[in-house]
Design a protein around this ligand. Structure first.
Ligand code: FES
Ligand code: FES
Length: 154
């Protein structure tokens, strides 16, 4: 069955069964490999993307259930026009192996859209479902504070 998806401002027609997880569609069908497969059971956050601006675990969202505009890390900002969160990540050199980081950034973008000036506790609560085996949590916190300040001034 053909499904029409809006991803990062572009329209895509995909011919896949409706139960295929969005993560597979993004990576294998569309070629957007910035979104990562970690656990496949909504336990790590590596696959986080936005649907209508809200963070979702794309490993658990069936193609049939995608209702709205999908944004991946590639659509948040690019090398020539980094999103404030991506710029803060670079400034704080957050990434180590990097595997979890696109999910972290998409989760952080969701947080800052809802709460433009989160406390440490609010950051920890919002980000607790995004695991980082490299332990970059202190840098993630610092970068989110920095991005919040930059976005406030924008
Ligand atoms: S791969 Fe989706 S939450 Fe881990
Ligand atoms: S940077 Fe390696 S898993 Fe997070």
């Amino acid at each position: 069955m053909t499904t029409t998806l809006r991803i990062n401002g572009e329209t895509h027609e995909v011919d896949l069964p409706g139960e295929v997880p969005l993560l597979w569609v993004l990576r294998d069908e569309i070629g957007l490999t910035g979104t990562k497969f970690g656990c496949g059971v909504a336990a790590c956050g590596a696959c986080t993307v936005h649907v209508n601006g809200v963070a979702v675990r794309s490993c658990q969202l069936a193609l049939d259930d995608v209702d709205g505009e999908v944004t991946t890390i590639e659509g948040l900002g690019g090398p020539d026009a980094l999103h404030a969160i991506q710029a803060a990540w670079v400034k704080h050199q957050v990434a180590q192996c990097g595997y979890c980081q696109s999910g972290q950034i998409m989760q952080a973008a969701d947080l800052l859209a809802r709460n433009p000036a989160p406390s440490d506790a609010e950051i920890d609560a919002a980000m607790q479902g995004n695991l980082c085996r490299c332990g970059t949590y202190p840098r993630i916190r610092a970068a989110i504070h920095d991005a919040a300040a930059a976005m406030k001034g924008a």
